[in-house]
Design a protein around this ligand. Structure first.
Ligand code: ATP
Length: 283
């Protein structure tokens, strides 16, 4: 659906060099701290910025060959995009009707209603969360095969986030060839939604793994000095000095559960992973 191959984008003081692959029928997450290059990757993948190297294949074609008709198959929500804030949802329905052959007005208005978005109020009077919801509903309004969503849950409260994640799951369930590329700094969103996750740090992909494997096979070991020295480190990805000794990230939790019954092994979550992979030291 989307193949980003050795994409290079250089800004003063920042260099992006990343590859990623969004498979048909899957939800792929891109996670990374502020300024790590998520939005730059999304904009480059959509051809919105000039790139300094690499190639992008989207919807089975080289990005340079994509036509306006092909673009109808994309549903996009970027962090710094949106409609003119003087428009109402009613106004937007006319724009969407003109833009997209497969725009589904009934579904769009039903979803606006579900999220409590008033049809006749100007968008400038919407709260941050309401604007965020509108962007996603618009992206899903025209039967796109690929949704590209940059930080769509920013500004949403926990309940609205859950509703939105359910909407995305339903969108995928309606057609199993659809795909989503989504970024978020809220790791629990990605854990519960994505089939696979890429982690980006300082413009580089530092980890790519299926979410199930991240959650089942990765774990954090907490060791004192002696335990650390004795440890077989063949499955340790990164380690970090702590006040109590060392924390170690493994990608083979079972090995340490079986061979080191006395050490503390904490189930991995994506926040631990980000911290360890970005700040830990390689063995
Ligand atoms: N137009 C630009 N000109 C110069 N530098 C830029 C430009 N756009 C982005 N950058 C730089 O590229 C780096 C990555 O920014 P980017 O917006 O891709 O990060 P991000 O991971 O999306 O961050 P956030 O989570 O804060 O949105 C930052 O150092 C940023 O300052």
């Amino acid at each position: 659906m989307l193949i980003v191959n050795n994409l290079i984008k250089n800004y003063d003081g920042f260099s992006l060099n990343c590859s990623l692959n969004v498979l048909p029928g899957s939800i792929t997450g891109l996670i990374g701290k502020n300024g790590s290059g998520k939005s730059t990757t999304f904009k480059a993948a959509l051809g919105l910025i000039h790139i300094d190297g690499g190639s992008i294949e989207i919807l089975g074609k080289d990005l340079k060959q994509i036509t306006n008709k092909d673009k109808q198959k994309l549903g996009v929500a970027l962090s710094d995009s949106g409609f003119n804030t003087y428009l109402t949802i009613q106004d937007i329905t006319y724009i969407l009707k003109n833009m997209y052959d497969e725009y589904d007005n009934e579904k769009f208005l039903a979803q606006c209603g579900q999220f409590g978005l008033p049809q006749n109020k100007k968008i400038k009077e919407f709260s941050t969360g309401m604007k965020a919801k509108l962007k996603i509903i618009v992206a899903m309004s025209h039967n796109a095969s690929l949704l590209i969503l940059d930080e769509p849950t920013v500004g949403l409260d926990v309940m609205a986030r859950d509703e939105l994640l359910d909407l995305l799951r339903n969108y995928m369930a309606e057609d199993d060839s659809r795909s989503i590329l989504i970024s978020s700094h809220i790791s629990s969103d990605l854990e519960s939604l994505c089939d696979d996750i890429y982690m980006i740090h300082d413009g580089k992909i530092i980890l790519h793994e299926e979410t199930d494997i991240l959650l089942s096979d990765y774990a954090l070991l907490k060791l004192d000095q002696n335990q650390f020295e004795q440890l077989d480190k063949q499955y340790i990805v990164k380690y970090k000095k702590e006040t109590y000794g060392y924390s170690c990230l493994t990608n083979q939790k079972q090995f340490y559960l079986e061979n080191y019954p006395d050490i503390i092994i904490e189930k991995g979550n994506i926040d631990n992973l980000i911290t360890m992979i970005s700040r830990g030291v390689k063995i």
